[in-house]
Design a protein. Sequence first.
Length: 379
Amino acid sequence: MTPDFPLDRMDPGLQRWRLVLGEPAGFALDGEGAARDAALEWLYGRDEELRRRGVRRAGRHGGDGPSLVTTVDWLDEITRLFPKETIERLERDAVERYEIQDVVTDPAVLARIEPNETLLRAVLRTKHLMHPGVLHQARRIVDAVVRQLMQRLATEVRRAFAGARARTPSRFKLARDFDVRRTLRTNLGHYRPEERKLYVEKAHFFSRTRRHVERWQLILLVDQSGSMAGSVIHSAVTAACLWGLPGLRTHLVAFDTGLVDLTADVDDPVELLMKVQLGGGTDIAGAVAYGAQLIEQPRRSIVVVISDFYEGGDPAHLVRLVRDLVEQGTKVLCLAALDEQADPAYDPGTAQRLADVGAAVGAMTPGELAAFVAEQVGR
């Protein structure tokens, strides 16, 4: 098929369909449209069997040899041709779908790429493959993304922990503390319908004193299996934002079949994430047992288990441990995801058994977790 109008005046919607359908659409693009098509073909034109054998190809027009377009060339092209949100999607597919690891292991690529959370997850998965020079550059991505996440979450944490004004009268009559509702309720008898005015004989004011906060423990147990990379990142950032808050002692423990207590590094989430080793099996019960040993006051403790709940050990043992925590008065949260999407993938059978013994089971954003903790410690 050949369109009956010049390609440079092609309808944008038709161009988009051509980019989606590729060559089967029956006509070619030129100019920037052709460049976009080639960039998409470099990534999405990969044959599954060739991908498994580690062979790249340039697309349907590239023949059987390896691509002459390097990852650096491709990144330069997509940066020039596509908007930011499209670039992030292409980078995510390159890393997670097609496992093009030089996106995060090639110094030349790392020098060009814009840090984002997809790349941070990729760095955490591949940092054990990097030599020191590359690892130093990769740390730039970790630092930049963590800083962005910290800035966003710190605002939510401050809001959650700001404290509530006590609903008690105050003898200090300051405009900022004016209690509108109580004042209106007290003076309703002085409303004059004919004038449509309410005369205030007695004004009321709030006390600005914050609620007393008793000391609580927050114990975050984070599954560091490969599928939980996003939750590991957000757990580290959340712990850092909660660290040092009055009345709250925060612990962070990462686990697979073993565990490592990362509490000493909680105030430095970049260093903490560089120590995480994603992958391996899962012993959730072992992590819960360790967390239970950290508890000082059961009724002033919150244990948060962040995992997909595919237990590599004995699920019945895990359920018993969680039941014991709940029965002693400890708040237990079992989160299948802790990230900005809160989109979980988990074992529903184990999750249901944990819910049946009293754990709260679900998924949260970091801000929602901070609000939950603030609500508990402020009671």
